[in-house]
Design a protein around this ligand. Sequence first.
Ligand SMILES: C[S@@+](CC[C@H](N)C(=O)[O-])C[C@H]1O[C@@H](n2cnc3c(N)ncnc32)[C@H](O)[C@@H]1O
Length: 177
Amino acid sequence: MIPDGYLLSSEPEWLARFASGLPERATMIELGTYKGKSAYYLGKGIQQVNGTLITVDIHLDYMNSDKFIGDHYIRSCYSNNLLGTIIPIIGDFYEVRKFFNMPIDALFIDGLHEYENVKKDFEEWSPLIKVGGFVLFHDVHNGFPGIQRFVGDIAQLKNDWENAGGSNSIKCFKKLR
Ligand SMILES: C[S@@+](CC[C@H](N)C(=O)[O-])C[C@H]1O[C@@H](n2cnc3c(N)ncnc32)[C@H](O)[C@@H]1O
């Protein structure tokens, strides 16, 4: 079964298509997985190029009770034939970043949605993106003005990041240098 999540109408297919267009054996990181919906589509896409999706999330059900819900996600990776493609890391973004230091082809940012959160996620993790690689932001719409504002900041850095499209609330930029 496809896990629940917060993707809007056209986004699942767009994410799968995006990931299937990455280079052979690409590595992508997802920051913010929740129950695993976006990971499912990114995973199915990147599987087509024999790539790897590394997901990072603390996996506490922050919408309800702080209950650990990672077991459902891991089980869904197994039942959807995604173990081997997805490497789930269970932990805090910034704790994990301390020991994580490999170049990546793409980064999907979907953690907390205030300006300072998105900014910190980007500043900590985007240095790992290879030149020619991509950063993707989710929930870029009026409901989350902090994300909109931060993505507006990135759009101004035209020597560093080129607008590479997106779909619905997903905005994608290519790293130029
Ligand atoms: C909006 S949800 C992700 C939705 C998911 N991408 C989907 O497709 O449904 C945000 C997730 O980010 C995680 N998160 C936010 N800040 C975090 C942090 N600093 N470390 C680890 N996980 C974090 C939360 O636990 C939550 O599961």
